[in-house]
Design a protein around this ligand. Sequence first.
Ligand code: NAD
Length: 471
Amino acid sequence: MTFSLSIGGAPVTTSETFDVINPANGEVAAQVSLGTVKELDAAVAAAKAAFPAWAATPDAERADALNKIADLIEANAEELSALITKEQGKPQAGPGANFEIQGAVGWTRVTAGLSLAPEVIIDNDEERVEIHREPVGVVASITPWNWPLMIAIWHIMPAIRIGCPVVIKPSPYTPLSTLRLVELVNEAGILPAGVLNAVTGDGEVGDRISTHPDIAKITFTGSIPTGRRIMERAGASLKKLTLELGGNDAGIILPGTDISKLVEPLFWGTFINAGQTCSCLKRLYVHEDDVETVGKALAEFAANIPVGNGMDEGVLIGPMTNEMQYNKVVGMVEEAKAKGATVLAGGEASDAPGYIYPITILSGCTDEMSVVYDEQFGNVVPIIAYKTLDEAIEAANGLEVGLGASVWGDDPEEAAEVAKRVVAGTRWVNRHAVLNPMVPMGGVKQSGIGVEFSEEGLREYTTVQVLSIAK
Ligand code: NAD
């Protein structure tokens, strides 16, 4: 079976296809139609044609459509969840593919319940002035490979909720669940033709998205270099942008913290989805007197977490999603070892097929190691010892990224005071990578522009249009 694009409500196949690899065994999981600029242009034209009627559709009907999509995802959860595991690797169990489906449903329902009513900002004898939030126009969504269905939902739902048609381009590594979702929505006739389109394609299609005159806004989640490229090219047509880019989240454990109570959230905040999560904890700063205790606690916890093929029962952490990411992680760990890091868990690539890499915990790490200064986005965490808290905060703030950060301590209020000194889009206390559809999420510094989720996120799909009435 070849997965198709969706344009104007109908499936579209193309003459060329590409393979999607199952990262658990390196085998071909499925074939997908490869889109070109021609299909992208057709999808944008369909979206543009659908825009006026969809923008004028009563708010309650659009909310209703989102709830129907949530029902549809639930009804097809098993199929979509299996596709996620096959294309991306995360397991069926634990915080894996079924968790991703539940998240997709939850985000869709919460977004259905959001709205942006007009605001009256002046109302006196002479005038009434109102702010209206109008849908911006055709939205292009470009998604990465780590949480393919969830991030697609994060992009699509606020757009269509507020009246913008969407053309989504999933990552070529993980297009299956997105293409199937869009196909299901269109088959079910929940949305008018052209409101939700999906294309595939290479960098040429990506570049065309950035310059297309009929795309009003791009929502992009992915790496910093691609985000920069999109922004540069989108400047010519002054597109609105939401960019959710890479991070290298620091976690700081306050001196003397009783880690036994915190090890579970600390572990999952670091290793959920084998660390392939934008807002995972990626550098762990621990007081020099506590390194041994913390390292031991994390390693002991890790020893009980089965890693393997996500389709196998009981597996809680799957493989790296693709060869590029696998090689990056192996390279970083080998470099850290060569520079003197101590391996507390994992640290050795196996001969197993696919891209399965063990949970790896390194101590004795320094700023000179790429696993500290670069985003590893994988199944490894470096522990860096600090002497003073000021030194740890300075190191946490020392990179050009600022997506998330966390501070861990026995007294949450004390930890919160320290967290306020760290510069990041989200500062967690005694938790990490905990997201909620009612809470805005975005990066500062080079980690992005704009936010997603909540009414703040909804606003990003609108323009402010003032109504000014003389009385
Ligand atoms: P990537 O930048 O390589 O690819 C992301 C998407 O951009 C893919 O769909 C890709 O096909 C597309 N693309 C490639 N070239 C393009 C071009 N010239 N124009 C337009 N689109 C183009 O990123 P990735 O490797 O898929 O994802 C991993 C990165 O994403 C990590 O850095 C991670 O931190 C980041 N990420 C961030 C968040 C967040 O919310 N901040 C969430 C998930 C992932």
